[in-house]
Design a protein around this ligand. Structure first.
Ligand SMILES: Cc1ncc(COP(=O)(O)O)c(C=O)c1O
Length: 477
């Protein structure tokens, strides 16, 4: 192995600097890695086994008597409690009446927070032409841009962790935690006001945590990185959330949030780098997606493989979704994580095996991207070590392609999304010759997870679309 040492102020890291895939990442060019050595899903899932229960609320690890955030961290050796996703699904079900009553836009879906699944034939035809190749199979979009309340994939995990904390606080004060009306009661709201939820974010996790915390009556602080968009900060302030701005990157914002929450009484820190509660919230979608495919009369089985393309930042969102999907669809689903070419944090962490011990700056990349939600230079401490045996591949795309994706979806499907959301859009056109026969056949379903957009203000939306349309000629797979 060629050793690559870092400047003396950094801990020493070693990786194979001769690896052509790492060299391609370091050059900042679009890179793809399809993994051919994965175990069968059943074997890999069995290895990802339960860790010890932790107190009253094992998923979030809350100790409500002190309100101090204990260990939400995950020892990669302890794995995942297989019940965690079912408990999260039950929690969302318990809160559905509260959502329906509190957020009228969720009433039609009886308070279930889920996004539409739609075929994207027009986008597929357009991209076939632009990319000069026919995609066998059919392109679908999972529209997390339209998730209610906070308009991004981060709502899945973020809402779950806030709800779990709310239950822990209710339990501590002997309120009926299973009764949705508890969370609208004056008694609960008075209690919640004495508790604070803290998070570090590039924007969308902050939106989900801040908006939901405020709706439950919690005090909330969101520590925002330099990449966070101004409108996200303003929106949070309009909900009464305390926004703390940091000049540094996401890692700096998270550590500032962690430090602020450390030892503070009645304070819960949502740790995007390491939380199982977030993870479980993301994974719940798999159970719903199975039903959505059944309703749409789309088969997912050995002869009809499903390939899912997930924009990746810290890795929590795509990691949780992947875990859920592998539990539901096993070897019939292949999950590909997609990152901006200047910020392939999870790709680099898994490829080198160093996970969160390496950052994209260690291979000379800037870590800067127009895809603000994906601007994370160092991956999750949990997802790479524990979930990577389930990830079928990694891809990077240039910022111009990400931005052009906004133009494609606007023009072909009438959808206006934020740039981070489109990262996966062209990657299906790279699967030719990979992932097995089925993926090359007409039977394949290619599902691009479109991860955010509903909250973007009209002016920014127009700007994203105009820029995307201008960049259409530069589109490549
Ligand atoms: C729109 C959007 N897509 C994808 C992601 C990636 O999620 P994660 O950071 O959990 O990998 C984010 C993260 O904030 C996001 O905002």
């Amino acid at each position: 192995m060629t050793s690559q040492s870092q400047p003396s102020s950094q801990p020493e890291i070693e990786f194979d600097a001769d690896d052509p895939v790492i060299q391609s990442l370091a050059a900042g060019v679009p890179t793809t890695w399809f993994r051919t050595d994965l175990d069968f899903a059943e074997v890999a899932l069995r290895r990802i086994v339960a860790g010890p229960d932790r107190g009253v609320s094992p998923d979030v690890g809350v100790e409500p008597d002190t309100g101090v955030e204990p260990d939400t961290g995950v020892d990669p050796d302890t794995g995942v409690d297989p019940e965690i996703v079912d408990r999260a699904a039950e929690r969302f079900d318990r809160f559905a009446p509260w959502f329906a009553a509190t957020f009228p836009e969720t009433a039609a879906a009886q308070g279930i927070i889920e996004s539409p699944l739609i075929p994207a034939d027009a986008a597929q035809a357009d991209l076939n032409e632009r990319l000069g190749a026919e995609l066998p199979g059919r392109l679908w979009l999972k529209r997390d841009d339209a998730l209610p309340i906070s308009g991004s994939i981060k709502a899945r995990g973020g809402f779950h962790e806030v709800l779990e904390y709310a239950e822990a606080v209710a339990a501590e004060h002997e309120l009926n935690l299973n009764e949705p009306a508890t969370y609208s009661s004056e008694e609960f709201r008075a209690l919640a006001a004495t508790h604070r939820i803290v998070v570090g974010s590039t924007g969308n996790l902050g939106l989900s945590i801040g908006i939901l915390s405020a709706a439950l009556g919690f005090a909330a602080s969101v520590h925002m990185s330099a990449d966070a968009r101004e409108w996200k900060k303003e929106l949070l302030r309009s909900h009464g959330v305390d926004v703390v701005e940091h000049p540094g990157d996401f890692v700096a914002a998270v550590s500032a949030g962690r430090a602020a929450a450390d030892d503070a009484p009645r304070t819960h820190f949502v740790d995007d780098e390491d939380s199982r509660s977030l993870f479980a919230g993301y994974a719940v979608t798999a159970l719903r997606l199975k039903k959505q495919f059944e309703t749409a009369d789309v088969s997912v089985d050995a002869d009809h493989p499903l390939v899912v393309y997930l924009p990746c930042g810290i890795g929590g969102g795509p990691g949780g979704v992947t875990y859920g999907l592998k539990r539901v669809f096993g070897d019939d689903v292949h999950c590909i994580f997609v990152e901006p070419s200047e910020v392939p944090a999870m790709f680099l962490g898994v490829r080198t095996g160093l996970h969160s011990a390496i950052s994209v700056q260690d291979i000379g990349l800037s870590g800067a991207t127009a895809a603000d939600g994906l601007a994370v230079a160092r991956p999750s401490r949990f997802i790479g070590p524990v979930i990577s045996p389930l990830i079928s591949g990694f891809a990077t795309v240039s910022d111009d392609v990400i931005k052009a994706g906004v133009g494609v979806l606007h023009q072909t499907e009438g959808l206006d999304v934020e740039p981070s959301a489109t990262a996966g859009l062209t990657v299906p056109w790279r699967t030719s010759g990979h992932l097995g026969e089925g993926v090359r056949s007409r039977n394949a379903t290619h599902l691009v997870w479109v991860t955010g957009g509903a909250m973007v203000p009209a002016d920014d939306r127009r700007r994203y679309v105009a820029e995307g349309l201008d960049l259409l000629p530069s589109l490549s797979a």
